[in-house]
Design a protein around this ligand. Structure first.
Ligand code: 5RP
Length: 222
């Protein structure tokens, strides 16, 4: 690992651990996916006696939670959640995000929508002025892959690339759209959501984060 990699990993750890401040006794905690969330899960394991359980956005996170003895619950039985903690691939000043680098965007979006407070945990490299440098993930029904790709080219001018070999936890595929400069994230999210075959779009603009924690020695919270 280079010193830069080490710094990024440390920043993820600091962000993940800081998010524990938002966990209250008796909560069912919504838990996202990824390497930053892995640090949050580790810290959650240390206070597991204080929480009622977790709702998880991926099989990967469910496994991690169970391995620490945290009960993983079904969202339908858990009902509305008070807190959801998840990472992001990009985050702008309005707390709008690109997510889905780990292909868990659909379940992440569902849990974010079901939660009163979405706390997003990131390392400093994820902060951007304008969303779109990170290729935008779009989960699609497999039979609609080429149709959706053609529509995305027409509507956005971006270049969709099939994430070959990856099947989501929902049995679908992912297109990563390169070359975007997303000046109106809400409009793009709404437009792409309308294409038949699109399951979900990795833009979290209609329901952005409520709080962002940037991992630093003294974590930045905004
Ligand atoms: C998974 C996600 C992750 O939150 C995102 O990819 C960030 O991951 P990491 O914390 O590993 O950098 O959206 O679908």
């Amino acid at each position: 690992m280079t010193p830069n990699d080490n710094a990024a990993v440390n920043a993820k750890r600091l962000a993940g651990e800081k998010a524990i401040d938002f966990v209250e006794d008796g909560m069912i905690v919504g838990v996202g996916t990824g390497s930053t969330v892995a640090f949050f899960i580790e810290a959650l394991g240390r206070i597991k006696h204080r929480i009622a359980g977790a709702v998880s956005s991926s099989e990967q996170s469910s496994q991690r939670l169970r391995s620490l003895g945290i009960e993983v619950m079904d969202l339908n039985s858990a009902g509305p959640l008070r807190l959801y903690v998840d990472g992001a691939d990009e985050c702008d000043a309005h707390k709008r995000l690109i997510k889905g680098g780990g292909a868990a965007l659909t379940r992440e979006k569902i849990i974010a929508q079901a939660s009163d407070k979405f706390v997003c945990i990131i390392d400093p490299a994820k902060r951007v002025e304008l969303l779109g440098r990170f290729p935008l993930p779009v989960e699609v029904i497999p039979m609609a892959r080429s149709l959706v790709a053609r529509e995305i080219v027409l509507q956005t001018g971006g270049q969709p690339v099939w994430r070959e070999g990856v099947t989501t936890d929902n049995g679908n595929w992912v297109l990563d759209v390169h070359g975007l400069r997303i000046t109106d994230p809400v409009a793009m999210e709404s437009a792409l959501n309308q294409i038949p075959g699109v399951v979900s779009v990795g833009l979290f603009a209609r329901r952005p984060a409520d709080v962002v924690i940037v991992g630093r020695e003294t974590p930045e919270v905004f």
